[in-house]
Design a protein around this ligand. Structure first.
Ligand code: FUB
Length: 350
């Protein structure tokens, strides 16, 4: 009798388990795009067209074995690989290790989201990395080829801090570096150029922390001016408070020009949106306009937006290959604008 009851219970348990796993599967979202490569994990794709070819500068995710926390210690990346392709949908080439942490004199840990510019036959790779005091700085490395190998400058860019550099070439040929990220990106710990590791995150009723910008010098290796703050305003011209975490800046700055207007895009981090705000010059202020990319699978979201052969694309990442927040894969899908210049939000899943 006991055996009979045990068998009935076991069958019941198995039926319940299969019901719930079926439900979970039916909730799995169907991606609109596939990972660009699957031989390594990649994230934070900064895409550019240099001399008619598409280059992608991503983070290279690895299994570090470090437990996950809000500072992102588990994102302990150690090198960069550059990807290239001749056209969207074409073959993607992984060019191997382009820069290794062991070759950066000031390196502490964590090579996070990079970006690159190509000027007068030299490619400049901008990268965030913690120094030996565990403070994020931004370094620059150069190569004659967009795919590297890159040689890092002996010191980080003077006056640089935090993460997620985005290098932008303006209409007049000037280059600007946008940067910053809160939480693990440490931006909340900086005040007037001074770092304080004990500074807490902003409270809900305090103004949100803002991204930073500096024009680059002609040699692309230093700031040509003091770092400035970028204002992101709501539709009433008011800065966002920290409480408005569905719209305020978190990380992943990107700038692109469309029909003469400046589109500053970014991730809202803990609410997982990629948003944009518009302005009429590189410094802003920028007025919030809406969501570009709805939350993707995984915790982080990070975009780049680029025009390729008269069409616009958003490069992004999710965790389709691994299901793990820190082992991501880069993707691309088309981006469309309405006639009034607003962006039609992208859903990365059907
Ligand atoms: O890849 C590490 C960090 O995760 C990046 O710097 C952020 O933008 C987020 O994607």
């Amino acid at each position: 009798m006991t055996h009979f009851i045990f068998c009935r219970l076991l069958i019941g348990f198995l039926l319940l388990a299969s019901f719930f796993s079926g439900t979970a599967q039916s909730k799995k979202r169907i991606p609109v795009s596939q990972p660009l490569i699957s031989n390594i994990y990649t994230a934070d794709p900064s895409a550019h067209v240099f001399n008619g070819k598409i280059y992608i500068y991503p983070s290279h995710d690895i299994e570090s074995g470090i437990p996950e926390n809000d500072n992102g210690d588990h994102f302990d990346m150690r090198d960069y690989h550059i990807l290239s392709m001749d056209s969207i949908g074409g073959k993607v080439t992984d060019h191997g290790v382009a820069l290794d942490k062991k070759d950066i004199a000031w390196a502490g840990r964590q090579l996070w989201a990079p970006d690159a510019a190509y000027k007068n036959g030299t490619c400049y790779l901008y990268f965030p990395l913690k120094d030996k005091q565990d403070i994020f700085r931004i370094g620059v490395a150069t190569s004659k080829k967009p795919t590297g190998p890159f040689k890092a400058e002996p010191m980080p860019i003077k006056g640089s801090y935090s993460i997620d550099p985005c290098v932008f070439k303006d209409k007049d040929g000037s280059y600007y570096l946008y940067f910053g990220g809160i939480w693990g990106g440490q931006l909340q710990r900086w005040k007037n150029g001074v770092y304080d590791s004990t500074t807490p995150l902003r409270k809900a009723d305090e103004p949100a922390v803002l991204p930073k910008i500096a024009r680059l010098s002609a040699d692309m290796k230093s700031f040509a001016e003091p770092v400035k703050e970028i204002q992101i305003l709501d539709e009433n011209g008011k800065p966002f408070l920290e409480a408005n975490n569905g719209k305020r800046f978190f990380e992943a700055a990107w700038m692109h020009l469309y029909k003469g207007n400046y589109y500053f895009s970014y991730s809202t981090g803990d609410t997982h949106n990629i948003c944009y705000a518009m302005g009429d010059n590189p410094y802003g202020p920028f007025t919030y306009k809406g969501i570009i990319l709805k939350p993707v699978d995984g915790w982080t979201s990070h975009e780049s937006i680029v025009e390729i052969k008269d069409r616009w694309y958003i490069f992004y990442h999710d965790v389709q290959l691994s299901g793990k927040t820190y082992l991501r894969n880069v993707k691309v899908t088309e981006l469309k604008y309405r006639k009034d210049g607003s962006i039609i939000p992208v859903d990365a899943y059907k």
